[in-house]
Design a protein around this ligand. Structure first.
Ligand code: ASP
Ligand code: MG
Length: 427
């Protein structure tokens, strides 16, 4: 079965012209078997997060509900001029479900309730997209991701069941094809447990859904349609002269995502690498463009340097109180504390009597972590730092990023250099 998986993110369905643009993209793939994975529209997942917080804290949810409602209905009105079209009854049904949830008091489980509510971002967008594609001659079926992406009950960071999911995805796509259609539309980011409780796969998880589906269907390739021409060697918001990378190995892609490049969700690469399925990152504004392909290849040529900047970092140095060595037992205790607060170590280094760790700074979690560590260790820290990672670095690229900054810590391996930097205050 030669089929492709497409993923459209929030920016590609943020307003009515963006939906029209999806048609332009699909016209380049007429008669192709497609599995389309869609994100919530625009910034709707953030809006649903706000709705959920208010709901959970028992604060009035009407204002934020109305915002979400109006946003979707207005876009649907622009896309469908006839108000009797089925898209509207479907939307009203979904909004009725949301309202009835909001009118029932939440359980005590914050993450469980989050998944039950935030999933509606994707349920709404997939419904609108499916109706819009039908209307424009791209006959399709909606496949509810909760019936195919089977996960554990780790709400908000659910892990995929790799035995059940591929079978469910395949059966669902087979039945779409049997019904005479070539296109399935499904939601990214969401799944369900064996007991049918809705789960989510972590923020920005739709890329990962696309990879899971592609793995399950042995797709020819996956394309993530974005508002950038492909994978760039740095974030254009942070770096003036960026270059598009035409071809990237799975290994480089996974390293870049791991160090914090936001272009692809870090979990996306593994299933694709395992099944050797190429991943394209292309612009929905220029669908004919070549984009970037991430695939298995080897070259003697040194790839161009890539830069990843992470701001708002904290460097914590931890020392045993009695000047004893940093040993396995201490390190294991430190890691247990990090894990308890769900804090990821972005960089680590240890010397005889001290262990340093750089993490994202979080008002709530970081200070609690420090308090906990202080019970057993002397703790020093520096905030407001920047962590710069350069993959395929050389001396001049390092000189460029450290210019005007103080280097607090530097680590180099064969392909990757990482520096923790403090901006030197201009007088
Ligand atoms: N809508 C979800 C989010 O914004 C998932 C995604 O877009 O990938 O995090
Ligand atoms: Mg997104």
């Amino acid at each position: 079965m030669v089929m492709k998986v497409f993923k459209f993110g929030g920016a590609s369905v943020k307003d009515a012209p963006s939906f029209a643009n999806i048609i332009r993209v699909l016209k380049l793939f007429e008669n192709q078997q497609l599995f389309i994975v869609i994100s919530a529209m625009g910034k709707m997942t953030n809006a649903f997060e706000k709705l959920h917080s208010a709901y959970f804290d028992n604060i009035n949810t009407m204002g934020i509900f109305d915002e979400i409602y109006t946003y979707h209905i207005n876009i649907a009105r622009e896309l469908f001029l006839d108000s009797s079209e089925t898209v509207f009854s479907g939307l009203e049904n979904l909004f009725d479900e949301i309202k009835s949830k909001l009118n029932t008091p939440p359980s005590k489980n914050y993450n469980f309730e989050y998944d039950r509510l935030v999933c509606y971002g994707e349920l709404l967008s997939s419904h609108i997209l499916s109706c819009y594609l039908n209307k424009n001659g791209f006959s399709n079926c909606v496949v509810d991701a909760r019936s195919i992406i089977r996960t554990d009950a780790n709400y908000r960071e659910a892990r995929v069941d790799w035995e059940k999911t591929p079978l469910l995805v395949k059966a669902a796509f087979d039945s779409v094809l049997e019904s005479g259609k070539k296109i399935a539309v499904s939601q990214g980011f969401i799944g369900a447990t064996a007991h049918n409780y809705t789960t989510t796969l972590g923020r920005e998880g739709s890329d990962f859904t696309a990879a899971v589906v592609a793995f399950s269907l042995k797709a020819e390739d996956v394309t993530i349609w974005k508002d950038v021409p492909g994978v760039l060697n740095a974030d254009p918001k942070q770096f003036s002269d960026t270059k598009k990378i035409d071809r990237l190995s799975y290994l480089d892609a996974i390293e870049l995502a791991y160090y914090g490049a936001t272009v692809i969700h870090p979990k996306t690469i593994k299933p694709l690498e395992n099944a050797k399925i190429p991943l394209y990152v292309k612009s929905f504004l220029n669908p004919e463009g070549t984009g970037t392909v991430i695939e298995h290849f080897f070259t003697e040529k040194k790839p161009i340097p890539c830069f990843i900047f992470k701001t708002n970092q904290i460097l914590i140095s931890i020392q045993p109180r009695d000047f004893s060595f940093i040993a396995e037992q201490n390190i294991s205790n430190i890691f247990q504390s990090l894990a308890r607060y769900n804090i990821k170590a972005n960089l680590m280094q240890n010397s005889a009597v001290s262990f340093s760790v750089c993490t994202d700074y979080d008002n709530y979690k970081t200070l609690r972590l420090i308090e906990e560590l202080k019970k057993d260790f002397k703790v020093y820290y520096n905030t407001d730092l920047e962590l710069v990672t350069i993959r395929h670095y050389n001396d001049s690229t390092i000189a460029k990023v450290v210019d005007g900054k103080k280097v607090l810590l530097e680590q180099k391996s064969r392909n990757t250099a990482q520096m923790i930097l403090k901006r030197i205050k201009q007088l």
